[in-house]
Design a protein around this ligand. Structure first.
Ligand SMILES: [Mn+2]
Length: 320
């Protein structure tokens, strides 16, 4: 709580802010950043820049303020740079930030390398128990007595909704649900948001999903699907069209672990691993140079599909 008050002080005293989130941004990264920017503006702050090295994903462009997200910082010095939904500057895709002070608002576990950076920051709100970074922004805005209007509420509700898997994951806390209720009262519209975020998949991506789902297999508590380079070519799609494909093998009954094999180029596979809770897939991904969380991790492997699958299944069998 002491660190939290340090952050509030930093925000109150600063005037210009650079708000940066992780590359390949999701609804939490974007929603949390824009909501904070809007809150700061309401406080009369000038010179706020929301930054992400990637463009806003198409299903998030509807978010109020999405068009203000920039891919390159303006050439000026900021009072404060705030990292949102990540705690490692490397995850932002930028090498350095032109700012007087540094702060973090995040809910990810810190790696050891990041620890050194963390010690150099001026203020932090890191709560690994928080459902989303947007929920932390909600705490901050409330503490700063910002009025949560419809635009801020839409961004924050989206942030909480996507990071809890629509209030299904284990991070769905009383705080997340109570905040969601308040955000609805403030004007966020659940169906309008869900329609844009989830019911808005390009036709070609569904075609790709169809081809990929046909490969589903289950053995020894593991379920998996594969998307090959041919399938991407056949449907005119790319990696981003397969973003949530790993969710499908996870739905299979009697599976502890789900794996999605994505062929990026000949004999190069990107793997996504999901656990239903018992198995630590982060530890398995780490064996192959990857990382993530206990329940969601990823890594990259080289070899034929058969070789890659054998390696991963062997590693998984020893922990299931
Ligand atoms: Mn998040």
């Amino acid at each position: 709580m002491k660190i939290f008050s340090k952050l509030l002080k930093l925000i109150k005293e600063g005037n210009s802010f650079l708000l940066v989130s992780h590359m390949n941004p999701d609804g939490d990264a974007i929603g949390a950043s824009i909501a904070l920017a809007m809150g700061l503006k309401q406080m009369g702050k000038k010179g706020i820049c929301v930054l992400n090295c990637n463009t806003v994903p198409e299903n998030l462009i509807f978010l109020p303020g999405a068009k203000t997200v920039r891919q390159a910082p303006p050439k000026k010095r900021f009072d404060v740079v705030i990292l949102l939904d990540c705690n490692d500057p490397g995850r932002t895709g930028f090498k350095e930030f032109n700012a007087e002070k540094t702060a973090i608002i995040d809910h990810h576990v810190m790696s050891e390398e990041v620890d050194a950076f963390y010690k150099t920051t001026d203020a932090c709100l890191i709560d690994t128990g928080a459902a989303s970074a947007g929920l932390l922004v909600y705490r901050v805005l409330n503490a700063l007595k910002v009025t949560i209007d419809k635009k801020i509420a839409t961004n924050l509700y989206t942030s909480i909704h996507v990071d809890t898997g629509g209030f299904r994951y284990s991070n769905t806390s009383p705080e997340a649900l109570m905040a969601a209720a308040k955000l609805l009262e403030a004007g966020a519209s659940p169906w309008d948001i869900s329609k844009e975020v989830y019911e808005n998949i390009p036709y070609k991506s569904i075609k790709l999903l169809g081809l990929s789902l046909a490969t589903v297999e289950q053995k020894d508590g593991i379920s998996w699907i594969t998307t090959t380079k041919d399938m991407f070519d056949m449907t005119g799609t790319s990696a981003e069209d397969s973003e949530d494909f790993v969710d499908f093998p996870r739905k299979v009954r009697n599976s502890e672990v789900a794996v999605f094999f994505r062929e990026d180029s000949k004999n190069v596979y990107k793997l996504s691993l999901r656990s239903k809770g018992r198995v630590d897939v982060q530890a398995v991904a780490a064996k192959f140079g990857g990382g993530g969380h206990k329940a969601a991790a990823g890594c990259r492997l080289e070899g034929t599909l058969k070789q890659v699958q054998q390696k991963v299944f062997d590693a998984l069998k020893s922990v299931i």
